[in-house]
Design a protein around this ligand. Sequence first.
Ligand code: ADP
Ligand code: MG
Length: 241
Amino acid sequence: MTIIEPIVADAAAIPTPAAYRLAGVTKTYTQKERVIRALAGVDVEIAQGDFVTIQGPTGGGKSTLLQLLGALDQPTVGHILIGETDLATATARDLERVRAIEIGFVFQAFNLIPTLTAAENVDMGLEPLRLAKDERAARVTEALERVDLADRGDHRPGELSGGQQQRVAIARAIAKRPRVLLADEPTGNLDESMRDEILAVLEALNAEGLTLVVVTHDSAVANRARRRLRLDQGSVRDITR
Ligand code: ADP
Ligand code: MG
């Protein structure tokens, strides 16, 4: 008779797969012989499928952290694992691949190209993936549908409201089907009703499994997060109530 051992005795002990694992992340900038410590030994794990907000005072290190999570820059000390890749030691080519495939980025100022239509802006986000033309077009349509702008693909940014422009920017970020969506003050330039429209889109994407990391000053946004972090003087604290 064979005895089958349970693989895990306690289901609650099964770890949630992490989107990010940060250990001892420090980032210093040197400017005219002055050393600025933007991040001072950050240890944090972000679970896959989580919705995390990062709050804190100006200069606290929020944008710096988001840039490191986005593989746009590397830490001075420490490790940042995204899946199996350590962004701290990755080559420039690996960082480029992670940015192109795994990460969607949304900015406060939308950063759309004014001369291109909404669909063309979304298509730009797919450039690094080198997809077949049909697949590319299908992804653009799908992404615009997911942000409820299927009927605005041929509009230029100047013909859209701020909330609609930010939704185009979100479509551009998700068209590549990234592992995580990083957003730096995505509602900072928007009034309350447009903010709610962006929140609804972000929550719908999160419900489909997309991991969200959102830097925000807006407590209405933070109140919807599953997990709230605060960054002050380069140190992270969990302030989820
Ligand atoms: P936050 O987004 O929370 O306002 P930042 O991450 O932008 O904070 O900045 C954290 C600290 O690092 C600040 O003191 C800021 O002046 C400094 N800093 C950020 N980026 C740079 C840079 N490229 N060069 C020099 N100092 C920087
Ligand atoms: Mg900032």
